[in-house]
Design a protein around this ligand. Structure first.
Ligand SMILES: Nc1ncnc2c1ncn2[C@@H]1O[C@H](COP(=O)(O)OP(=O)(O)OP(=O)(O)O)[C@@H](O)[C@H]1O
Length: 492
């Protein structure tokens, strides 16, 4: 069955002449064919549902091939468009198709074969998809199961990324890549410890590039997904498809590349993909939990390739950055919990105490908001301690008695030997008691253990020293302040 007329789709104020739909052209037809009118109606309802911009950018370039055995197949100008539509509008399309024709179980997207086919799908005068997209689809059609994109998190944008000293360089480099201008450093290699924002920055680059140019073929995936697709292609004897997909991207982003260490065949394929893209001047962005030279079991030629662009380190966060991130995350949480009140000092306390990684910090804040909202309490220090006992304990900095002795001796300007020596004049006794008090508060040591570290003193001497300081801080503001300063310095 062939289409006799072209549907006209009315979207907002604009009217679009629909594509020359040739139903059943590619797949053959059978009794579950959709009619041309139904395709027109489908486009109309998608336009109404998704809005004019989405319709023009994503739906209009599609070519409806036909419906066979409950599978509706569409031609898309690039892998990226097919993948994006499938991920973002697939459910809506299925819903609307089934409202018209209840036989559809699944949607399938394939890459259109040539520019002629793309023009056919794009009669509205908008330029056909770039020639490279056609080139990408040169060989056998790559079906959507080999489209390997990792999902992008909508929250991970440049707007929500807080910049501070430890990540300023990584942020600037990511911004430069996201501008999509000339490829100046290739690859951009971002590395840093757990939860410091590598994935966030990569997603931000991908969002920005896609926003600037929706037809740019940006492929983001983890090294694990790369290996999985590679193994799948080997198993299914579809290496040509695999190579064609990976070598036709405009920007390749591979997260957690340390995953391929020790995996020889995956490294080999990664190396060839990498070279092919660099030769075409295509941008590559890589992340790992360590610098290329620290990744074990990596072939030297790959290591040196990874080092050949710009290698940037995301340093551990500092207090200011953590506080900034918390303030940003509070704004996000407010959307879910508008009524939760936060007492002064709570965010500062969290930024001070939870320094392991941003993911833990974020998790602590989310838990506090949920807790405060559920039991209808203000988010204050009491609630924070109640709710985050485990997190705070896990983040406790392990301070040693020796460190405390050194710090206190420095503060009171006495020698370390006098701190643990026998002299009992106040000049030495008071700092010693302060150090004992801090040892009791900041370490897990028992009184006898502390005593042993103070020149073999008895545990009752330590107990007396701790009690004395507890009494004194109630009346002596200066001493209380000194102790607080020392505690912060030791925990920092
Ligand atoms: N500078 C920042 N501004 C805002 N959010 C941040 C920042 N750094 C990290 N985060 C947040 O911390 C969480 C963890 O970040 P991300 O997943 O990017 O870390 P990662 O470095 O990729 O960690 P991993 O090594 O575990 O993969 C995310 O929710 C992210 O939004």
């Amino acid at each position: 069955m062939r289409a006799a007329m072209r549907p006209v789709v009315q979207c907002g104020d604009a009217k679009f002449h629909g594509a020359a739909v040739e139903i059943g052209q590619s797949l053959g037809t059978d009794s579950d064919d959709m009619t041309q009118e139904q395709w027109g109606a489908l486009r109309q309802s998608l336009c109404d549902t998704l809005g004019e911009n989405n319709y023009k950018a994503w739906i209009e370039p599609l070519h409806f091939d036909g419906l066979k055995d409950g599978v509706a197949t569409f031609g898309a100008p690039t892998h990226f468009v097919g993948n994006y539509v499938s991920q973002n509008f697939g459910d809506a399309m299925l819903h609307h198709i089934n409202a018209l024709n209840g036989n559809v179980r699944r949607l399938n997207f394939r890459v259109m074969q040539d520019a002629g086919e793309m023009r056919g799908a794009n009669e509205s005068g908008r330029p056909a998809a770039p020639a490279k997209a056609a080139a990408a689809a040169q060989s056998a059609p790559a079906s959507s199961d080999l489209l390997p994109s990792g999902a992008l998190d909508q929250r991970f944008t440049f707007d929500s990324f807080v910049v501070g000293k430890p990540n300023a360089l990584a942020h600037a480099a990511a911004r430069r890549v996201a501008d999509g201008g000339e490829v100046t450093f290739n690859p951009l290699f971002l590395h840093g410890g757990v939860g410091l924002g590598k994935t966030h920055l990569m997603h931000a680059i991908a969002w920005e590039l896609r926003t600037r140019n929706p037809h740019l073929n940006v492929l983001y995936l983890s090294a694990e997904q790369f290996m999985y697709r590679f193994v799948q292609a080997l198993r299914d004897r579809r290496m040509m498809d695999f190579k064609s997909i990976f070598r036709s991207v405009d920007v390749l982003m591979v997260d957690d590349v340390q995953f391929i260490s020790g995996k020889d065949s995956t490294q080999e394929e990664f190396f060839h993909t990498f070279n092919a893209l660099v030769d075409q001047n295509k941008q590559i962005v890589i992340s790992a939990d360590r610098a290329p030279d620290a990744i074990k079991d990596l072939e030297n030629r790959i290591r040196s390739r990874l080092q050949s662009g710009l290698v940037v380190d995301l340093h551990p966060t500092d207090y200011e950055l953590r506080l900034g991130i918390l303030q940003t995350k509070v704004e996000q949480q407010r959307q879910h919990y508008p009524d939760v009140e936060i007492a002064d000092g709570v965010l500062e306390f969290l930024a001070h105490r939870i320094s392991s990684n941003v993911r833990v910090l974020e998790g602590a804040l989310t838990r506090l908001f949920a807790f405060a909202s559920l039991i209808g309490r203000k988010m204050d220090m009491d609630l924070t301690h109640e709710c985050l006992t485990d997190v705070l304990r896990a983040n406790e900095r392990k301070v040693s008695v020796e460190e405390i002795q050194r710090k206190v001796a420095e503060h009171y300007n006495i020698r370390l030997s006098d701190m643990i020596g026998p002299r009992r004049t106040r000049t030495f006794a008071r700092p010693r008691q302060v150090a004992m008090f801090l040892s009791k508060k900041l370490t897990q040591r028992s009184l006898p253990e502390i005593g042993r570290r103070f020149g073999g003193r008895d545990h009752t001497t330590v107990m007396h020293g701790v009690k004395r300081i507890e009494e004194l801080v109630r009346e002596d503001g200066q001493l209380a302040e000194d102790i607080e300063l020392l505690r912060r310095a030791l925990e920092a």
